[in-house]
Ligand binder design. Structure first.
Ligand SMILES: [Zn+2]
Length: 358
């Protein structure tokens, strides 16, 4: 069979394919669709290289034998180059997908809302903690109390005005009431320890109830931290020492105190304790009602009648007691003007105290 293509023409065709392959720059193809275009252009059914290979058949036999492997080598090289480029582009595309869908595990997570202690709870704990560090132990007792432990045992006889139902929430009408102070815990502690014949130091923190008209400084439910010390030979000087030390711990080392005579049925003598106003330099402001002093607690030497009533011999034992109003201390410490703010559960109000929580 006569050759229809001359070797020179085939060589030219080969050179064209080789040069357009070179121009196509397979190795630098930017994306997979373009790479496919290149593949079709050279290796498709009518591709340039396919046509070149087909045209081998039109050469003379000895030319065919010589040029066939040359053309085949070009095809093999191109296929290898295409495969390598495809691998590279697929890898890059996978990497890009991973990058776009990536989750940054080092990002801090959203903080779940955290429960916090109420400012009254932290104030109560702060007061109690000062006394606990001075050797007082924590004592609790019932909210629902009988008249004896709430009144009679505290030297408050039947006709005492504090028993009036105007001030006290009575239950069932008789002999059951919501405690009006935590002094009932003092009485129960005194009773429980009378037989032991050992000195006693307790704080009695807790919720108390009074039939009050609710306003900016009064609430029907509020909190007290009362304290009681019974020992041999303790008196008013010890009371002053303990209170001065505890108020300095609670309100700052520069706290100035003033002890005013007062009256409570369960202590004798009794005192009310003021601290120098910490909102003004003692010159007077609305917080101290323009007196320069703020009343902070009531206290006194335990009335011997209270001790003997609870089974302690007042000839051998003496004691002193005091009581903080937690709401009052919290209002003073935080500059809160209206006590009701503590009870309305408004988170905007409560969150102001976040940094105080421990
Ligand atoms: Zn003041």
């Amino acid at each position: 069979m006569e050759p229809t293509t001359s070797r020179a023409a085939w060589d030219q065709a080969y050179a064209r394919v080789e040069s357009s392959l070179h121009a196509a720059g397979v190795a630098d193809t930017a994306d997979l669709p373009k790479l496919e275009e290149v593949r079709v252009r050279f290796l498709g059914r009518k591709g340039e290289l396919t046509e070149l290979l087909k045209s081998l058949k039109d050469l003379r036999l000895d030319d065919k034998r010589e040029l066939g492997p040359k053309a085949q080598a070009l095809k093999t090289a191109l296929e290898a180059e295409l495969a390598a480029a495809k691998d590279r582009l697929e890898e890059a595309s996978d990497a890009q997908t991973l990058n776009e869908d990536a989750v940054d595990l080092t990002l801090p997570s959203l903080r779940p809302p955290r429960g916090r202690l109420h400012p009254l709870t932290t104030t109560l704990h702060s007061i109690a903690a000062v006394f606990q560090s001075m050797g007082y132990s924590w004592a609790e007792g019932p909210f629902i109390e009988d008249e004896y432990h709430n009144f009679s045992a505290l030297n408050m006889p039947d006709d005492h005005p504090a028993r009036d139902s105007q001030d006290t929430f009575y239950l069932d009408g008789v002999n059951r009431l919501l405690r009006t102070h935590t002094s009932n815990v003092q009485i129960r502690t005194l009773e429980n320890h009378a037989a032991k014949g050992k000195p006693l130091r307790v704080v009695c923190p807790g919720r108390v109830f009074r039939h009050e008209q609710i306003d900016a400084t009064h609430s029907a439910v509020f909190h007290q931290v009362e304290g009681l010390v019974v020992d041999r030979g303790v008196g008013f000087a010890d009371l002053k020492g303990h209170l001065q030390a505890s108020l300095e711990r609670l309100l700052g080392a520069a706290t100035k105190t003033r002890f005013r005579p007062s009256y409570f049925p369960f202590t004798e003598p009794s005192t009310e304790v003021d601290v120098k106003c910490f909102f003004c330099p003692g010159t007077g402001c609305p917080s101290c009602k323009h007196t320069g002093w703020i009343e902070i607690l009531g206290a006194g030497v335990v009335n011997p009648k209270v001790l003997s009533c609870a089974g302690w011999d007042p000839e051998k034992w003496t004691g002193f007691a005091f009581g903080f109003g937690v709401e009052r201390v919290a209002m003073l410490m935080h500059g809160v003007r209206d006590l009701r703010d503590f009870y309305t559960n408004d988170l905007r109000f409560l969150r102001q105290f976040d940094e105080d929580f421990v």
